[in-house]
Every structure is written in C-alpha cells, then in structure tokens.
Write a protein that binds this ligand. Structure first.
Ligand code: FES
Length: 129
C-alpha cells in the first residue's frame, strides 16, 4: 500500500536534495520551487548571482503569504532587490533583510542552497548568524 503525501506546509527541507542544474535560472533572475515530500509541501525560491544561489522560504514576513503573484516574479524590474508583490516590501537578495516597506527590519527565512558540480542542492542550515 502506498503512503499518501501530507498536504501540510513545510518551512524547511532536508539537505542533499538536487533541484537541477544552475542553468535553470538565468544569471540575475529568480525561480520558484515547490518540493512535495512525504511530510508535506515546501514552497521556496532561489536567486542566481553568477555561480551562487540564494534561497528563501516563499513567505513574506509582513503577512505570511507567498511573495509573488506571478510565477517567478520575485525581483524588482532592475533585478536589484526582492519585491513582495502584495504591499511592496523590498528585501536585500544576499541577506533577506527587509530594507523598505511594511516589514522593514524583518527578514525572509533562509532556505540554504549550494551549487555542487553545476547543480543546485539543498544545504544544511548555517550555524553562523
Ligand atoms: S504581504 Fe508582503 S509586503 Fe505585505
């Protein structure tokens, strides 16, 4: 008998999940990821900056909703900042710190990612703040 995956929302992923090649994301762009696991479903997004990726849980600290109302539209038009499409909160893509808008000073929740042999892989949380 197969086990039905839970519909619970997850806020983190185990380390070591391969998301695909880095080239899934154009340099300077962002992409949504939804991972269905037995324990539930995780929603996150990744930002590519050259050979690095930054990942965040897709949840705005202002009201707890996903940031993008259109698929993969997580950035300001110039690509410099992460933008929440609901009330305009702006976030630093490197740190997740809200630098403007209704949740200034709060942060996106990091989703640790690494690039291994040209592929994006979920990583263990960093122990340094
Ligand atoms: S829900 Fe993101 S700015 Fe309000």
């Amino acid at each position: 008998m197969s086990e039905t995956p839970s519909s619970a929302r997850l806020w983190a992923t185990p380390a070591g999940i391969r998301l695909g090649p880095l080239d899934l994301i154009a340099d300077g762009a962002a992409r949504n990821f939804v991972l269905q696991m037995r324990a539930g479903r995780f929603h996150g997004f990744a930002l590519r900056r050259g050979d690095r990726v930054h990942g965040y849980v897709d949840r705005c600290p202002h009201m707890g909703v996903p940031l993008a109302q259109h698929l993969d539209r997580y950035l300001t038009p110039d690509g410099d900042l992460v933008l929440c499409s609901w009330h305009g909160a702006l976030f630093d893509p490197e740190t997740g710190l809200c630098v403007g808008g209704p949740c200034a000073g709060q942060r996106l929740t990091p989703w640790p990612l690494a690039v291994v042999d040209g592929a994006m892989v979920t990583a263990a949380p960093s122990i340094t703040p």
